[in-house]
Design a protein around this ligand. Structure first.
Ligand code: ADP
Length: 687
C-alpha cells in the first residue's frame, strides 16, 4: 500500500540522515530532484547531505529542518516548499517530517513525506494575480468615480450661481469635503490693477494666519499664485519642503513655515480670459498624477467658467444700473415696453411724476389688463385708436417724433404730452420692445395759448381805437369840405374822440412796451423823494376830470390832506400803478359808481404806507384770485366787451415789488374788490 501511495515516503536514520527506505513515488522524486544521475540503489544508505543538489542555500535549509526535528522532537510541516528542479523550474512540495521513536522515546528515524503540489500552487498563484489586478482596477475605477463625483459636486454648486462670493464658498466647501487639504484658496483676477483678490479661503485652524498674506497678491509677487497668470497648466509641487531646501523656490518659504508639503496651483482660464486661481496645500506629498491634482484640475475648469459667467453678469448688471441711473435722472418721462403686447418693463421717476401713476402701479395696472390708453386723447380731446398710439406704432417698427397728446390723469389733472417713440431691435432686426419718451408740455402749451389769446386781444384792442380815430378823422375831413360848418358840435366831438382814442392807443402801446421792458429786465426806476399825499391827490384829480359817471372818494386815515408824507419812489410809476387800479375799479364797476381811494400808515411798519382802491363792482371769483396778477390773465366772468390786455395788474404787481412793496386783493364776486398796496417810504435798494 505504501509502495503505491500518491505521496512519496522516505525513511532516514537520525545520524547524518542516511536514506534507509523509500516508496515508488519517492523514487521518482529521487530521480528528478535529489540525485538525477544516480539510481535508487546507489542512493540508499547515503547521507542526505550528499544527496541534496545545489544551490547550497536550499540544501542547507533542508538539512536545518531535519536537524530541528531531531533536536526539538516536533514534526515539521510545510504547504508549499519551493524546490528548483533542473528542466522543470520551480516546483512546490507539500512536506511533512515526523520523528519516529523507539520504546524508550528516543528518536531513531525520520519519516519524510513529499507531495508535488506545483500545479496547484501555480494555479493558486495565477488566481491570486488575477484577483490582485482586478482589485487594482476596481480601485482605480473607484478613484476615478470619486474624482468625477467631486468635480460634479463643484460644478453643480457653482453652476447656478451668478454671485461671485457664493461660487467661491460653495466650490471650496465641495473640495474640502472630498479631500483633506490644509488650505484651499480661490483668487479672482483684477487685470486692471494686475493683482489677485482673495475670493474665499479654507485654512485649517493652525495656519489661519496665512489668510492675511493671501488677501491681495500682485502679479509680480514671488508667490506661485501671483505668477500663475503666465501659465496655462497647473503648477504641482510634490514636496514643497524639499524644493525649498534645494532653494528652488526661495520666496515661497511661507509654505515651509506653515508646514505645507504638497502644493497645487491651478490657473483659472475661461477661453483666453484669465479669471483667477485655485490653490490647494497638503500636509502630505502630492504627485502630479495624484487623484487630488487631477480632480482639482477638473474643478478648476468649472470654477473658471462660473467666475466668467458671474463676471459677465455683474458687468451687465452694472451697465444696466448705470443706464437706469441716467434714465432716472432725465427730466423726460421714459417708458420701456416689451414686445409683442407692450407690457411695461420700466418707467423712470419723471414718467411717474408726469402720469401721476407710480412705477409699480403702472405695472399692476397692466396686470389687470388695464392701460393708459383710455386716458390719452389727441390735443383736441378726441380718442386715439389703439393702433395709432405711439407705443403700438413703435412696436410695429415705426419711429415717432414729437406727437402731441393730452393725458387726463386719475387725479383729474390734464397734462399735455410731447411724445417720441422708437422700436428696440436686436442685432438681427427683431423687435423686442419699444422706448417711449415724453415731456410734460402743459406749461408751454398754456403760455402758447395765452400768447395766442394775447395776440388776438391785442390786435382787437389796437384796432378798436384806430377804427374810431379813422372814423372821426373822416367826419372831420367831410366837415372841412363844408366851409360854412367848420366848428360844429359834431366836429368838436370828433376831435375830442380822436384825442381820447389816441390816448387809449398810446396807453395800450405803453403797457405792451412796459411788459417787454419788465420781461427783459430793462425797466429802470427813477427813485426820488416825493410827497405821497400830493401824488395821490393829483391822481384823483386827473381821474375825476376823466370819469363821467363814477365818483372817487379819498379817505385819509391818520393823516390830513395838508400833511406831507415823504417817500422815496418813482413818481411816474406810482401814478401808473394808481391809475391802473382806479381804471380797473371804474372798468369793472359798470353799475356801481362809488370808488374809494384810501391812504394810511400800514400799521405793521411806521415807515410803510398803505393805499387801497375799493369798488363795488363785479368782483372776482375766489378761484380766479390767485391768477389775476399773472400775465395775460383775464377772469372768466368778464363781459368781453370790457376792453383790456390782461397785463395791467401784472405790471402793477411788478412795479410795486420793484419798490419793495406788495399788493393784495380781497374780493367777493358780485360785491366788489379792494386792492391794497403797501409801499415802503424809506429808500429801498431795488435791482
Ligand atoms: P385787464 O386789461 O383785463 O383789465 P388787468 O391785468 O388789469 O387786465 O386785470 C386782470 C383781470 O383781473 C381782469 O381782466 C379782471 O378779470 C380782473 N380785475 C382786475 N381788476 C378788477 C376789479 N377791480 N374788479 C373785478 N375784476 C378785476
Amino acid at each position: 500500500m505504501l509502495e503505491n501511495m500518491r505521496t512519496g515516503m522516505a525513511l532516514y536514520d537520525v545520524q547524518e540522515f542516511h536514506l534507509i527506505a523509500v516508496n515508488n513515488r519517492f523514487k521518482l522524486f529521487l530521480q528528478e530532484y535529489l540525485c538525477p544521475g544516480k539510481s535508487y540503489e546507489e542512493a540508499l544508505g547515503c547521507p542526505l547531505a550528499t544527496l541534496l543538489p545545489p544551490p547550497k542555500e536550499v540544501a542547507r535549509g533542508i538539512l536545518n529542518i531535519f536537524r530541528a526535528v531531531v533536536e526539538t522532537g516536533q514534526s515539521y510541516e510545510v504547504d508549499k516548499f519551493p524546490i528548483p528542479m533542473a528542466g522543470k523550474g520551480l516546483t512546490y512540495w507539500q512536506w511533512t517530517l515526523d520523528p519516529i521513536r523507539d520504546d524508550n522515546g528516543t528518536i531513531t528515524h525520520l519519516l519524510h513525506s513529499a507531495n508535488d503540489v506545483t500545479e496547484h500552487v501555480l494555479a493558486l498563484q495565477q488566481a491570486e494575480q488575477v484577483y490582485t489586478s482586478l482589485t487594482q482596477t476596481a480601485h482605480s475605477i473607484d478613484a476615478e468615480r470619486k474624482r468625477l463625483e467631486v468635480i460634479e459636486a463643484v460644478a453643480r454648486s457653482v453652476r447656478e450661481s451668478f454671485d461671485i462670493k457664493t461660487i467661491g464658498q460653495s466650490a471650496i466647501d465641495a473640495i474640502q469635503a472630498a479631500f483633506n487639504p490644509t488650505c484651499i484658496t480661490i483668487h479672482v483676477a483684477d487685470a486692471l490693477q494686475r493683482k489677485l483678490h482673495l475670493l474665499h479661503i479654507f485654512a485649517s485652524p493652525d495656519i489661519e494666519g496665512i489668510k492675511n498674506i493671501l488677501q491681495e497678491v500682485p502679479y509680480d509677487s514671488e508667490l506661485f499664485v501671483g505668477g500663475i497668470h503666465r501659465h496655462k497648466q497647473p503648477i504641482i509641487i510634490e514636496n514643497l519642503q524639499a524644493s525649498m531646501q534645494k532653494s528652488e523656490f526661495d520666496s515661497n518659504r511661507l509654505a515651509v513655515i506653515f508646514g505645507i508639503q504638497g502644493y497645487i496651483c491651478i490657473p483659472l482660464w475661461s477661453g483666453e480670459q484669465f479669471e483667477g486661481a485655485l490653490t490647494a496645500s497638503f500636509r502630505e506629498y502630492i504627485h502630479a498624477e495624484s487623484a487630488q491634482a487631477k480632480t482639482l484640475e477638473g474643478c478648476g475648469m468649472h470654477i473658471a467658467a462660473a467666475l466668467a459667467q458671474a463676471r459677465l453678469h455683474a458687468e451687465i448688471e452694472q451697465e444696466q444700473m448705470r443706464l437706469r441711473a441716467v434714465l432716472a435722472q432725465l427730466p423726460e418721462g421714459i417708458m420701456l415696453v416689451e414686445a409683442p403686447h407692450g407690457r411695461i418693463q420700466y418707467v423712470n421717476a419723471a414718467a411717474t411724476e408726469i402720469t401721476g401713476i407710480t412705477a409699480s402701479e403702472q405695472i399692476d395696472f397692466q396686470m389687470q389688463n388695464a392701460s393708459l390708453e383710455p386716458y390719452l386723447t389727441d390735443i383736441q380731446g378726441n380718442p386715439i385708436a389703439p393702433e395709432r398710439l405711439s407705443t403700438n406704432r413703435a412696436l410695429r417698427g415705426e419711429t415717432i417724433n414729437g406727437l402731441e397728446t393730452l393725458l387726463r390723469r386719475q387725479d383729474g389733472k390734464e397734462v399735455f404730452l410731447l411724445t417720441s417713440a422708437a422700436p428696440l431691435r436686436t442685432d438681427d432686426g427683431t423687435i423686442i420692445g419699444a422706448i417711449v419718451v415724453f415731456q410734460d408740455i402743459t406749461t408751454r402749451k398754456s403760455i402758447e395759448q395765452q400768447k395766442n389769446e394775447f395776440l388776438s386781444i391785442t390786435s382787437h384792442e389796437l384796432r378798436t381805437p384806430i377804427t374810431a380815430i379813422q372814423g372821426f378823422a373822416e367826419i372831420l375831413q367831410l366837415r372841412a369840405n363844408e366851409p360854412e360848418h367848420p366848428n360844429t358840435f359834431r366836429s368838436q366831438h370828433a376831435l375830442v374822440s380822436i384825442i381820447d382814442q389816441s390816448k387809449r392807443l398810446s396807453r395800450l402801446i405803453d403797457e405792451i412796451l412796459d411788459l417787454s421792458r419788465i420781461e427783459s429786465k430793462r425797466l429802470l426806476l427813477n427813485i426820488r423823494s416825493h410827497d405821497l399825499i400830493q401824488t395821490l391827490t393829483q391822481v384823483i384829480e386827473s381821474q375825476l376830470i376823466m370819469t363821467k359817471r363814477h365818483t372817487i372818494h379819498l379817505v385819509l386815515d391818520g393823516v390830513t390832506a395838508q400833511d406831507t408824507l415823504t417817500g422815496y419812489f418813482d413818481e411816474d410809476r406810482i401814478i401808473q400803478v394808481l391809475n391802473n387800479l382806479i381804471n380797473n375799479a371804474v372798468k369793472y364797476s359798470p353799475n356801481h359808481y362809488e370808488i374809494e381811494v384810501g391812504l394810511r400808515f400800514s400799521g405793521e411798519k411806521a415807515d410803510e404806507a398803505l393805499i387801497w382802491v375799493r369798488d363795488h363792482g363785479i368782483g372776482i371769483a375766489t378761484n380766479e384770485l390767485p391768477h389775476i396778477f399773472e400775465r395775460f390773465h383775464r377772469a372768466s366772468n368778464l363781459d368781453r366787451s370790457i376792453s383790456g390786455l390782461g397785463i395791467g395788474l401784472y405790471l402793477v404787481n411788478e412795479l410795486v415789488a420793484r419798490h419793495g412793496g406788495h399788493i393784495q386783493v380781497e374780493s367777493t364776486e358780485g360785491k366788489g374788490s379792494t386792492f391794497s398796496v403797501t409801499l415802503p417810504l424809506h429808500p429801498v435798494h431795488t435791482d
